[in-house]
Ligand binder design. Structure first.
Ligand SMILES: C[S@@+](CC[C@H](N)C(=O)[O-])C[C@H]1O[C@@H](n2cnc3c(N)ncnc32)[C@H](O)[C@@H]1O
Length: 255
């Protein structure tokens, strides 16, 4: 029997529907605000998006005419999903210079030095067991960063877990609340519903989604030689069973 489909193997269009949810776009705005703030000083910045996916962030925020608009930036993006990159290339805003690499972001080096490193829902897709690839991933970003580069993360953290049952419970808790909260502010159409429940399953069983606690992320940043310069919780309120679980935008620089 072939594996049943998941959100990363169906089609880029399904992922686009999922990432267009209001909560995700609001979170992207928080990332874009950090990037645009940095661009005031570095208008011709080189940006590296590790795990760029369909490049929804760039298309919907960085290059949005009433937002970033006519930026003088160069964006490089790495992702292992060929179909997502094809979609990104096809929909890339006309005339905006970019390079997309169908490579592993844990090991691939673009050969360029970047001013801003963007990682949106990227770190939690990198395995931490049995080998600790998360730290290698962060180090690989750091190796392609200028000395004063800004690292901007949008990450989803789950409650602490120490066995399979707690792991499943932490994933279920995260998505049960998310689906509840999304249903308050928008219609959940069948595609979005399927995508959200699929994310819940992948997270609970750690299949392509290796979400960890905020505390582990902090430790991994330290181990990679990065220091947090700002952190802001974006969702949810009231908190999940662990205060730090939820969506965060975090910035860091080389330690
Ligand atoms: C949740 S999506 C995030 C995509 C995009 N950053 C966004 O916020 O919409 C995670 C992405 O990570 C990619 N990915 C997973 N492991 C990867 C790896 N080792 N190297 C590069 N990309 C990877 C997947 O293909 C997928 O596009």
């Amino acid at each position: 029997m072939p594996n049943p489909p998941d959100i990363y193997s169906t089609s880029p269009e399904v992922y686009e529907e999922y990432i267009s949810a209001m909560i995700e776009q609001r979170n992207f705005k928080a990332v874009a605000d950090k990037v645009l703030q940095e661009l005031v000083e570095k208008p011709a910045a080189r940006i590296l998006d590790m795990c760029i996916g369909t490049a929804n962030f760039e298309r919907k925020w960085l290059y949005r005419p009433d937002y970033g608009g006519n930026l003088d930036i160069f964006v490089s993006g790495i992702d292992t999903n060929k179909e997502f990159l094809r979609y990104a290339a096809q929909h890339w805003p006309r005339g905006k210079p970019h390079a997309l690499y169908n490579e592993d972001a844990v090991t691939f080096n673009t050969g360029l030095e970047h001013d801003i490193l963007v990682m949106t829902s990227a770190y939690h897709h990198i395995e931490d067991r049995p080998d600790d690839k998360k730290v290698d991933f962060l180090k690989n970003a750091k190796n392609q960063a200028a000395s004063n580069a800004l690292f901007v993360f949008y990450e989803k953290f789950v409650s602490l877990f120490s066995n399979l049952q707690e792991q499943i419970a932490s994933g279920n808790e995260f998505y049960a609340r998310r689906i509840h909260d999304i249903s308050i502010e928008q219609e959940i159409n069948p595609t979005l519903r399927w995508a959200l429940y699929n994310e819940m399953q992948l997270t609970a069983f750690r299949d392509q989604e290796y979400k960890v606690s905020f505390e582990q992320f902090e430790q991994d940043l330290k181990d990679a030689g990065l220091k947090i310069t700002s952190k802001k919780k974006l969702w949810p309120s009231p908190p999940l069973s662990h205060m730090m679980a939820g969506d965060w935008v975090v910035t860091a620089r080389k330690a």
